[in-house]
Write a protein that binds this ligand. Structure first.
Ligand code: 13P
Ligand code: SF4
Length: 366
C-alpha cells in the first residue's frame, strides 16, 4: 500500500475529456474489485460511470449483494453508510466527496430524537406504544436507535409497507426526519390529517399538548427536503391549464398539496419506470431533482415524450452535485495506488443495531 495518497488538488485543473478517459481506464484496471453505485440525482458526467443506478432501496440491495472489495458510492453520505452497514466487514464503502451530505438527514440527530423519546415518556409508554421509524435519509446512529427500540427504516419505495408493519407492532409511529413522506404515506393509508401532528424539535414537548400526542397516530418530525419543498401546487395548476392532457408525477418528499394534485407519486425509480412505460407522445410534469428530470428529457424525447420540470427555480440537490468526475477519478486512482481515501465506516455496535432496523425494512419491502 502506498503511504501517501495522491493529492486531490492534482485533479481539479484537469480537462474534462482527460478526466472521463482516466475514470474509464481506472475502472477497467480495478475490474471486479470495484462497483460504482450511482443515485439518479447525480450529474450526468459522474452518473455515466455507475455500474448500477437506482433509488435508495435498489442501491442498498446492490450494496448488500455486491462481492466487490470497493463500493464507491456516487450519492450522499447516508447512502455510503448504509452500504457499509449492509456489506461484509472486509468490503470498503467510499464516498468520493465527504461534503456530500443530505440537508434533510441533518434535521434529525440522536440527541434530539432521544430527547423526544424521553418527552413522549411523560405522556405515553413509548417502548410499548410508539414504533420509531426513520427514513433512510438519516444518520446511522438514528437507524441504530430504531434498531434498539423495535423500530424500522423505510425508503420512498416501501414507506407504505413499512408503516403497515410499524402499526402491527405498536399503535403509534414517530416518523423522522421527513414530515412530507410520513404525511403523504399516512394519508394514502387512510389516516386523517388531524391524527398526524408535527413534532417541532426546537420546542419542549415538540410544541404539542399531551392531548395532541395521545390522539395522534403519527408524530411527524419537522424535517423536509430543501429541493422538493420548492415545488408548489400553482406549478401544477399552470401546467394543467396549458396542457389539460398532461400527466403530473412527483416524489413523496414534495408537500402534501403537491402530492394531492399529482396523478402519480413515488420514488425516483418509480418515476423513471412510469415515464418509460408511458405511451409515446405523453407529456409529463415531473416534481423531483433537476439532474434526473433533464436526463429523462434527453432519454425520452426521441419517443416524442415531453418532460417538463415542475419549477421555474433551479431545484438541484447541491450536495449530490458535490460528487464531481474529478473527485471520482481521485478516489479511483488512489485505489489503484493502494490508498483508500474517504472510507465511510460505521462503528460495529452502531452498525449491528442499524442493521436490525434495515433488515426489518428489507423483509417487508416489495
Ligand atoms: P429515492 O430513494 O426515491 O431515490 O429518494 C432519495 C432521495 O434522497 C430523494 O430526495
Ligand atoms: Fe437530501 Fe433532498 Fe438531496 Fe434527497 S434531494 S439527498 S432528501 S437534500
Amino acid at each position: 500500500m502506498s503511504a501517501n495518497p495522491i493529492d486531490v488538488q492534482q485533479f481539479t485543473a484537469l480537462a474534462e475529456d482527460e478526466i472521463q478517459a482516466r475514470i474509464a481506464a481506472a475502472k477497467a484496471a480495478l475490474g471486479e474489485r470495484l462497483i460504482i453505485l450511482g443515485h439518479h440525482y447525480q450529474r450526468e458526467e459522474t452518473f455515466r460511470h455507475a455500474d448500477v443506478s437506482g433509488d435508495s432501496l435498489k442501491l442498498s440491495r446492490s450494496a448488500a449483494d455486491s462481492k466487490a472489495e470497493y463500493i464507491v458510492f456516487c450519492g450522499v453520505h447516508f447512502m455510503a453508510e448504509v452500504a457499509d452497514i449492509v456489506s461484509r466487514p472486509e468490503q470498503i464503502s467510499i464516498l468520493p466527496d465527504l461534503a456530500a451530505g443530505c440537508s434533510m438527514a441533518d434535521m434529525a440527530n440522536l440527541a434530539n430524537v432521544e430527547r423526544a423519546w424521553r418527552e413522549l415518556a411523560e405522556v405515553l409508554e413509548p417502548d410499548e406504544q410508539v414504533t420509531p421509524m426513520t427514513y433512510i435519509n438519516s444518520a446511522a446512529d438514528l437507524k441504530a436507535f430504531c434498531g434498539r427500540h423495535g423500530g424500522i427504516v423505510c425508503t420512498s419505495t416501501n414507506a407504505r409497507n413499512v408503516l403497515e408493519w410499524a402499526f402491527e407492532q405498536r399503535e403509534k409511529v414517530l416518523f423522522f426526519p421527513d414530515q412530507h413522506l410520513g404525511r403523504n404515506t399516512g394519508y394514502t393509508m387512510g389516516i386523517p390529517l388531524e391524527e398526524m401532528v408535527v413534532w417541532d424539535y426546537d420546542l419542549p414537548m415538540g410544541g404539542l399538548t399531551p392531548e395532541q400526542i395521545k390522539k395522534a397516530k403519527i408524530i411527524l418530525w419537522k424535517g423536509f427536503c430543501s429541493v422538493h419543498q420548492l415545488f408548489k401546487p400553482e406549478d401544477i395548476d399552470r401546467f394543467r391549464a396549458q396542457y389539460p392532457e398532461g400527466k403530473v408525477i412527483s416524489h413523496p418528499e414534495s408537500s402534501f398539496e403537491v402530492c394531492r394534485k399529482s396523478d402519480y407519486v413515488g420514488s425516483t425509480e418509480y418515476i423513471i419506470a412510469t415515464i418509460r412505460d408511458s405511451a409515446p407522445g405523453t407529456r409529463w410534469l415531473v416534481g423531483t431533482e433537476l439532474n434526473m428530470v433533464n436526463r429523462l428529457h434527453e432519454q425520452y424525447r426521441h419517443e416524442g415524450k415531453n418532460i417538463h420540470f415542475m419549477s421555474d427555480t433551479v431545484c438541484m440537490c447541491s450536495t449530490m452535485y458535490r460528487i464531481s468526475p474529478s473527485s471520482l477519478l481521485w478516489t479511483l486512482e488512489n485505489l489503484l495506488e493502494g490508498n483508500v481515501v474517504n472510507r465511510i465506516s460505521v462503528a460495529p455496535e452502531e452498525a449491528e443495531q442499524a442493521l436490525l432496523a434495515l433488515n426489518r425494512m428489507l423483509d417487508v419491502s416489495p
